[in-house]
Write a protein that binds this ligand. Structure first.
Ligand code: HEC
Length: 159
């Protein structure tokens, strides 16, 4: 083999090695990025006061809770009552999208009773509230913001 051909072969061998190296570095950078993102989100979590950390459910936990296929509501022994009382007028999504304390849920029920013809739940109200309090209570990560306080209203004036 002439020396030139050997050199050429060697050069292409080196080239391939370089390309491989660059590819490995790229993969390395992407992995490092993901790792640092994960660490950063953990760091933010650690900044929350302890009380909030405890009330914040792990995202995984929410996924492992069994959901009722028909309504998407969390399955438990009181679900049947919620299905009987709460989803004939509107979708269960209205429940899933909200988080209230037990008292908050009670107020919502009173509000629907006063304005939207919701019937008296009688004995079953306790079961419904037990269920809502257990599965749809406010959490740090999924709650409506607090109502605004000390709002300074002002008049819009035409010029
Ligand atoms: C008789 C009909 C009726 C029944 C039964 C009913 N609701 Fe409602 N509910 C309504 C109406 C009407 C609205 C207002 C919908 C809208 O604003 O689009 C509403 C709204 C809501 C909202 C949203 C409130 C908000 O502030 O945005 C929630 C949460 C809710 N209902 C939960 C429940 C629960 C829990 C039950 C079972 C105890 C229930 N509903 C049963 C009629 C009903």
């Amino acid at each position: 083999m002439p020396a030139n051909a050997l050199q050429l072969k060697w050069a292409s061998f080196v080239k391939i090695q370089e390309m491989q190296l660059i590819k490995n570095i790229k993969v390395g950078i992407i992995v490092a990025l993901f790792l640092s993102l994960g660490l950063m989100s953990n760091a933010f979590r650690a900044d929350l006061p302890e009380s909030q950390q405890q009330s914040m459910p792990l995202p995984m936990l929410a996924d492992t809770l069994k959901k009722d296929a028909e309504t998407g509501l969390v399955a438990d022994e009181n679900l049947y009552m919620v299905k009987a009382q709460c989803i004939s007028c509107h979708s269960s999504k209205l429940i899933i999208a909200n988080r209230f304390t037990r008292d908050g849920w009670k107020q919502k029920i009173r509000w629907m009773q006063a304005n939207h013809n919701l019937w008296n739940l009688g004995e079953t109200e306790k079961q419904v509230l037990d269920y809502l309090e257990k599965h749809y209570a406010p959490t740090a990560s999924a709650a409506r913001r607090k109502p605004l306080k000390d709002i300074k209203w002002y008049k819009l004036e035409e010029k």
